[in-house]
Design a protein around this ligand. Structure first.
Ligand code: NIG
Ligand code: FE
Length: 407
C-alpha cells in the first residue's frame, strides 16, 4: 500500500456530512481543523485530524511526506456543468456583445451555439480529444478534479458522438446535450428531436451518463424537451435541463415532473419556481459566471437555499456565455453576488455537485473517500472565495497522486 502524508497544514476544511445533496443548515456546515494532517492510502483518504493526534499513533510502513506548511486543504472541486468539447472561439461575438448585441440576437442570426457548431463539425475526433484534454488541464489548475462535460456543438451524429468520446477519454463524465439548438439541415425543432432520438440516442446512451436539453424560446419548448428527456430516460440516462436562463417557459415544472437530477441556470426563476424546486429533489445548479458574462440577473440563490432547495455551483465553461474554467471564481461570485457564505459555496461545488453526477465517493475529506484534494496557498481556506481570481491553487492531488503543482 502506498501512503502519502500531507503534514503541518494550516487548515483542513471539508463538508461536515456526506448525505448529499445537502440543503438548509447542513449546506453551511464545514468542519475546519487547524494545524492538521491528511493521510492518504493508495487512492483513498485514510485519516484526517490535528497534528497532535498523528504524533500519538505513528504511521506504519513507508510513507511519502508532503509539507503542508502555510497551506490549507479542501476536497478536490467538482464541476458538474461544463461544455468543453468545442472548436474555434467566439471572440468576435464577444466584441459584438460588448457593443450592445444580445445573446439571443446572435443565436437567432445563426451565430452563438450554431457558429461553434460549424467550427466543431470542421475538426476531427482526434483534435476534439486534444481540445478537451487541454480544457481538462486548465480546470485541474483551478482545482477541479472531477468534471462533467456536455456535447451539443455537433448536432449531427458523428460530431455528437465524437464530443462524448473525447470527454470520456479526458476522464470526464459525458452528458449528451443533443437538444442544444436546432441545426439548419432540419426544418424545425420537432423534426430535429425526432431525428436525434432515432439516430443518435442509441449510441449516445452507451457513452454518456446523462442527457441535457436547452429549454428556451427559440430552442426547445417544454413539449419537445419532454419527448427528448423521456426517450433519454428510457435509454438509461440521468436527466438534466438548462432552464429559466433567459425566460420562464415551464422548465422547472418539467424538471420536477420527470424527477431530473438537476435544473441549471435559473437566472429568470421567480418565487413560484423557487417554491416548486424547494419542495422537490431536483438540484438547482447555479452558474453565476454565465449571468455575469451575459450581464443577466443573478439566480435567486439565497431564496432557493432559504426555502430549502438543494443547490450546486458550476462554471458552465463554454465559448459563448462563460469562457472561464475557475470554480474558485464561481465561489467568489457565490459569496459576493448570490448571497451565499464561503461554507455554502464549498459544499455546493464539492459534495452537492458530486451528487448531481451520481457520485458518492468524493467531495469530502473523510476516511474511505477518494483522495482528491486541493492545497491552497493560504492559511485560511476561505481565501478560495475571498481572493478574486487569485493564484491560489498550489497543489492538486487526484486519486492520491499529485497531478498539478504550481510552477
Ligand atoms: O449554458 N444556454 C445554453 N448553453 C450554454 C451556452 C452555450 C453557448 O453559448 O455556446 C449555457 O450558457
Ligand atoms: Fe450550460
Amino acid at each position: 500500500m502506498r501512503r502519502l502524508l500531507i503534514r503541518d497544514l494550516a487548515q483542513v476544511a471539508t463538508p461536515a456530512t456526506g448525505d448529499a445533496p445537502l440543503r438548509g443548515a447542513a449546506l453551511g456546515c464545514v468542519d475546519v481543523v487547524d494545524n492538521a494532517f491528511v493521510l492518504v492510502a493508495d487512492d483513498r483518504v485514510e485519516a484526517v485530524g490535528p497534528m497532535g493526534a498523528l504524533g500519538a499513533s505513528p504511521v506504519a510502513g513507508t510513507v511519502e511526506e508532503l509539507d503542508g506548511r502555510g497551506l490549507s486543504a479542501i476536497p478536490g472541486l467538482v464541476d458538474c456543468h461544463t461544455h468543453p468539447a468545442f472548436a474555434g472561439d467566439r471572440a468576435h461575438e464577444f466584441a459584438l456583445r460588448a457593443g450592445g448585441a444580445t445573446y439571443e440576437e446572435l443565436l437567432a442570426a445563426g451565430g452563438g451555439i450554431l457558429s461553434t457548431t460549424r467550427a466543431t463539425r470542421a475538426v476531427g475526433a482526434e483534435e476534439l480529444e486534444t481540445i478537451v484534454a487541454r480544457h481538462r488541464d486548465a480546470m485541474l489548475a483551478h482545482g477541479t478534479t472531477t468534471f462533467e462535460g456536455k456535447s451539443g456543438y455537433g448536432l449531427d451524429r458523428a460530431t455528437e458522438l465524437a464530443q462524448l468520446t473525447a470527454i470520456r477519454a479526458a476522464g470526464g463524465l459525458p452528458t449528451w446535450l443533443g437538444a442544444h439548438a436546432v441545426p439548419p439541415e432540419h426544418p424545425d425543432a420537432d423534426a430535429y428531436v425526432d431525428w436525434a432520438i432515432r439516430e443518435v440516442l442509441p449510441e449516445a446512451a452507451r457513452i454518456a451518463v446523462a442527457a441535457d436539453v436547452f429549454v428556451e424560446r427559440g430552442t426547445f419548448d417544454v413539449t419537445q424537451a419532454r419527448s427528448y428527456l423521456e426517450a433519454c430516460r428510457a435509454a438509461g440516462l440521468a436527466l438534466r435541463l438548462h432552464g429559466d436562463q433567459l425566460s420562464e417557459i415551464g422548465a422547472v415544472g418539467l424538471a420536477v415532473e420527470l424527477g431530473a437530477r438537476s435544473i441549471d441556470h435559473l437566472e429568470a426563476t421567480g418565487p413560484a419556481g423557487v417554491a416548486h424546486l424547494a419542495a422537490s429533489d431536483v438540484v438547482a445548479v447555479l452558474l453565476p459566471i454565465a449571468a455575469l458574462y451575459l450581464a443577466r440577473p443573478m439566480p435567486p440563490a439565497r431564496d432557493l437555499v432559504d426555502a430549502g432547495a438543494a443547490i450546486a455551483l458550476a462554471t458552465d465553461f463554454n465559448p459563448g456565455s462563460a469562457y472561464c474554467e475557475s470554480l474558485p471564481v464561481v465561489c467568489t461570485l457565490a459569496c459576493t453576488q448570490l448571497g451565499l457564505t464561503p461554507e455554502e459555496a464549498l459544499v455546493a461545488c464539492t459534495v452537492n455537485a458530486a451528487s448531481v453526477l451520481g457520485l458518492e465517493d468524493r467531495g469530502r475529506l473523510a476516511p474511505g473517500r477518494r483522495a482528491d484534494l486541493v492545497l491552497l496557498d493560504a492559511t485560511d481556506w476561505r481565501h478560495l472565495a475571498y481572493h478574486l481570481a487569485g493564484d491560489l491553487v498550489h497543489t492538486v492531488i487526484r486519486e492520491g497522486q499529485v497531478v498539478f503543482r504550481r510552477a
